[in-house]
Design a protein around this ligand. Structure first.
Ligand SMILES: [Zn+2]
Length: 172
């Protein structure tokens, strides 16, 4: 009896080919390629035009910008007015008090926040009408209500020393 010689390459070809990178998306049920490469990205953003924001943050104040030409106001601050195109901007101080207009709890976090427990974010309309989007602290999710009075707080984050602002229920 003679046995047919099969090269390792031929033996491999007999198995069906699979690719562990191709997965089915849970929501759409469509195939997706998941790259094996993990990309780490660090943003370097010029802030020279909005440095007053950071200088004020270091002093415990939150400011936006106001266009000197058309009066449009912005928070987060902008160096250019997207309504009239002017770059002539001034600082606009934000009220520390406002009203919550929306909120949600974050379970699936961006990778830069993956080390944090689940957290809430909220949008508040501050007195003077500028809106602030930030973390919402100091209240349980089942106690949060649209329309509740909130205040902006500024602190140094324990984890990395970065200055951050957040919303919390305002004392009544
Ligand atoms: Zn403008």
């Amino acid at each position: 009896m003679t046995s047919k010689l099969v090269s390792p390459k031929q033996r491999q070809r007999k198995k069906p080919l699979t690719d562990s990178q191709i997965v089915v998306d849970e929501k759409t049920q469509l195939p997706q390629l998941v790259s094996r490469r993990v990309l780490e990205q660090r943003y370097v953003i010029p802030v020279v035009r909005i440095m007053p924001f950071y200088r004020n943050l270091m002093k415990g104040r939150l400011v936006g910008t106001r266009c000197k030409v058309c009066g449009a106001t912005y928070f987060p601050p902008r160096g250019d007015c997207c309504k009239c195109g002017s770059s002539d901007m001034s600082v606009k101080k934000l009220s520390e008090k406002g009203e919550l207009v929306s909120f949600t709890k974050i379970f699936v976090k961006p990778s830069s926040f993956s080390q944090f427990p689940d957290y809430m974010v909220g949008v508040a309309r501050m007195e003077g009408d500028l809106k602030v989007l930030s973390w919402l602290r100091g209240v349980q999710p089942d106690r949060v209500k649209v329309g509740m009075k909130v205040a902006v707080k500024i602190q140094k984050r324990v984890e990395d020393g970065a200055l951050e602002y957040y919303l919390e229920p305002a004392p009544s």
